[in-house]
Each structure stands twice: as C-alpha cells, then as structure tokens.
Write a new protein. Structure first.
Length: 105
C-alpha cells in the first residue's frame, strides 16, 4: 500500500510520544500489505473496524488512539483521514469526515 500522508502521523507522534512505535508498526505493516478488500485487511488487523467499503478505523496503542483511513483497494492507496485520542474520536461522525489533502512543503 502507498500511504498518504506520513507527515500527519509524524506530527501526531511528536505531540503524543507514546504513539510513535505503535504508529510505526502500523505504517510498516500497511506499507507491505497487498490487500484486495477489507476481509484481507482484517486478517492482519482483526481489531480494525470496517465502517464502509473503504473507511477503516484502526486501534493504536491498545485503543488509546484511533486512526481513520480511507483505502482504495484497487489502486493500493491508503489515505490518512484522521488520527487522535480515543476521547476525541468519540466526538466525531466518523462516516462523515473527509480526507483533506495536505500541502507539501
């Protein structure tokens, strides 16, 4: 999988240092993945929540943090939509939030 954008993850773990290693593990496993559908993804991340055919919520660091990703399985791209604490996540309508393209500097 190609992951867009790692920068979001780095910015997050700079604020939440205890999330760095779990995020790096998620990143490495996802980058190596060749999933064709959500069922295959669940084989690697059985505690991930499938919201719809492309939106997946991953538990990071024992569910302390939530990572929302839109995955285009056909073209093997994962878009980071949101990462935050579990309590921040519970205040969102996760099906409605959108991927926001970040500017590269």
């Amino acid at each position: 999988m190609r992951i867009i954008s790692r920068k979001i993850l780095i910015e997050f773990w700079k604020k939440h240092a205890d999330s760095e290693q779990p995020i790096k593990i998620w990143y490495r496993l996802t980058k190596q993945a060749k999933w064709n559908n959500a069922a295959q993804l669940k084989n690697d991340f059985n505690d991930a929540s499938i919201i719809n055919s492309r939106r997946i919520v991953f538990n990071i660091k024992g569910n302390k943090y939530r990572l929302v990703v839109d995955i285009e399985f056909k073209i093997k791209i994962a878009f980071i939509v949101y990462i935050g604490t579990h309590s921040e996540y519970t205040k969102l309508n996760i099906a409605e939030i959108k991927y926001v393209k970040t500017n590269k500097k």
